[in-house]
Design a protein around this ligand. Structure first.
Ligand code: SAM
Length: 268
């Protein structure tokens, strides 16, 4: 019976997605300001299983009885280490910044390799959860940085000082617009020390109508809001002072589909 309900829910959600994309295609887009306001409301209200799943908390039902929460961070750490070897990034990781750290699935793996782990998020409850998970995993100090959705640039003042590594996973898909992502790339560039390395995951637009940026109705399609064509994100990074070093594609995994990971360096 639960299976029938899940199928019905997925069908309803797919139907809503088609409607909203159709309306956006007809020009009925929302402004970035309006989408950011909805995003802010969504992430501040930390209640319910869906919110916990969307925030990747370890005790969310989606991670019950499987190894997926652990796998998220383990795979990302292995991917980052592969990339670092490829570009001969050998310096110590004094400070690592993770943009949108959520419930700490990446933090518990990366924090073991650095002197300070800085988690940036818009949700205070997730910053507290991430701090608890890091403390349970290792002794590395965790610095929580809460930013308002509308003003991600606040992080520059709150973090103050360079980092060697900048990470962001399962976040660019749920930011208000592709243009907002350009602001995040500039923040990454400004935070990184010369020669620093970033690994940023985006959801890619594969050319089909339904994989374009959605640009409306945030709360009904949180993880489907923002996508990029792969060459578009490459060029966006270049225009904003980062050097694309490599891309790794994950067309589908246990959580979703159409993921591209960009390894980006800041010139020395
Ligand atoms: C799907 S979770 C990803 C958590 C973690 N990065 C991971 O891979 O498990 C998305 C996180 O992004 C946060 N978030 C949403 N909008 C954000 C924004 N504009 N800037 C930073 N974080 C944001 C949410 O609060 C949530 O914790």
């Amino acid at each position: 019976m639960a299976g029938v309900h899940a199928v019905a829910r997925r069908a309803a959600s797919a139907g809503r997605d088609v409607v909203h994309r159709g309306l956006a295609a007809l020009g009925l887009r929302q402004s970035e300001h309006a989408i950011a306001r909805d995003a802010s409301e969504y992430w501040e209200d930390s209640a319910g299983a869906t919110w916990k799943a969307d925030s990747h908390w370890r005790d969310a039902p989606v991670f019950e009885g499987n190894d997926l929460w652990h796998q998220i961070g383990a795979r990302h750490l292995a991917m980052f280490q592969r990339g670092a070897r490829m570009v001969q990034f050998e310096r110590p990781w004094k400070r690592v910044v993770e943009w949108g750290c959520g419930g700490g699935a990446n933090a518990v793996h990366f924090a073991q390799h650095c002197d300070e782990y800085i988690g940036v998020d818009v949700a205070p409850a997730s910053l507290a959860e991430c701090a608890d998970q890091v403390a349970a995993a290792c002794g590395t100090p965790f610095k929580p940085v809460q930013i308002p959705v509308e003003r991600p640039e606040r992080a520059l003042d709150l973090i103050a000082g360079p980092c060697e590594v900048f990470l962001s996973f399962y976040v660019f898909e749920l930011i208000p617009t592709p243009e907002y992502g350009e602001r995040l790339l500039r923040i990454a560039r400004d935070l990184l020390a010369p020669g620093g390395l970033a690994l940023i995951q985006v959801k890619y637009d594969d050319g089909r109508w339904r994989s374009r940026p959605r640009r409306r109705s945030y709360k009904t399609g949180v993880a489907a809001m923002t996508t990029y064509r792969i060459p578009e994100f490459w060029q966006l990074a270049e225009r904003n002072g980062l050097v694309p070093e490599a891309i790794e594609l994950v067309p589908e995994n246990e959580l979703d589909r159409r993921y591209a990971y960009f390894l980006l360096s800041k010139p020395c």
